[in-house]
Design a protein. Structure first.
Length: 324
């Protein structure tokens, strides 16, 4: 039987050994990640050949094959934090109350929502959308005046009203303060008047804790892609037009730590390419010899028996009824 191949694969990566992703531990053989939104997938094999040559014309006399490599490549239309971690060879941090994820935010506040103090009092209150992260060791809240959509001032330093408050103020700050051993000259807040702005831009940080579900992917210099056990399910179509289940099994593959994230306002959306190098290993059902990959084609005997082929001259299409 011959087959045509056009359908995409659905892939599962299983842990080769005990591994941690975020706050979850995966043990050997457990499914780590499912890929059900792939656009393309391919299995490519290659080898090199060297030749003994000689005689007149230095013709090829003998050949030796070697350096066999197998690579599985898949392109995903969508990405998850776990998939991004696997692709980038990165660490994954789930936000917790003890170790929150710190998010950078810029927020534009209209003039009507800014409370000015008396002359020389600066800005008494700006209410933000999030609770700003206080930091006693460095300035983390910056306020800039805007007019006609443009920033028209140097940064002013904001002060959080309290640990659980969304309000900040911009009070008088002396010029010439020392930060990290250097003199820093910030704008003087007492000079702010109503005619100087029609909005303010606030640049600050906020903490996302366990309830937020935030995650942080950390790409470090000493982290690389992991090894997995891969199973990819697809369909082969036979010459009768029936789709037959097929399975690609790679008992040991390592994700290459090469990646490109493309972000553009035009054109097609970004896709995410996973390239996996295959290494010899035992499949889960045969511990007697190692393979780079196994391809299973599994005809559905039950489907063949359900509709019987009628060869008698008297049979018509109405006679093709389910067996039993």
């Amino acid at each position: 039987m011959k087959y045509g191949i056009r359908e995409i694969c659905e892939v599962v990566l299983r842990a080769k050994n005990t591994m941690a992703i975020g706050n979850k531990i995966f043990y050997k053989g457990e499914p780590v990640l499912y890929f059900d939104t792939l656009k393309t997938s391919s299995l490519e094999g290659s080898s090199s050949t060297v030749y003994a040559t000689g005689g007149r014309g230095n013709a090829r006399l003998l050949a030796w094959d070697g350096d066999k490599t197998t690579t599985f490549t898949m392109e995903d239309a969508l990405i998850s934090p776990e998939g991004l971690m696997i692709l980038a060879g990165a660490g994954l941090l789930d936000a917790s109350d003890a170790k929150p994820v710190v998010q950078h935010i810029t927020e534009t506040i209209a003039k009507d929502d800014v409370t000015l103090g008396a002359t020389g009092g600066g800005i008494q209150k700006i209410t933000l959308s999030n609770i700003p992260k206080p930091d006693s060791t460095q300035d983390t809240i910056y306020v800039m005046l805007m007019k006609d959509g443009e920033i028209v001032s140097e940064p002013y330093i904001g002060t959080a009203a309290g640990a659980a408050s969304k309000d900040i103020s911009v009070a008088a700050i002396e010029s010439g303060r020392t930060r990290d051993g250097q003199v820093v000259n910030y704008a003087i807040a007492t000079s702010i008047t109503a005619d100087m702005f029609d909005a303010v831009l606030v640049d600050y940080y906020t903490e996302k804790k366990a309830a937020s579900g935030a995650q942080q992917i950390e790409i470090s210099a000493d982290s690389f892609g992991s090894n997995f056990y891969l199973e990819a399910s697809t369909l082969f179509r036979n010459e009768d037009g029936l789709d037959i289940p097929a399975e690609f099994v790679i008992p040991n593959c390592k994700v290459q730590s090469n990646f490109t994230f493309t972000m553009a306002a035009t054109g097609d959306p970004s896709t995410f390419t996973f390239t996996l190098d295959c290494f010899p290993d035992y499949t889960r059902w045969d511990p007697t010899h190692k393979v780079l990959a196994a391809i299973q084609v599994i005809p559905d005997a039950g489907l063949d028996a359900q509709y019987r082929t009628h060869t008698d001259a008297g049979d018509s299409i109405d006679d093709l009824t389910p067996a039993g």
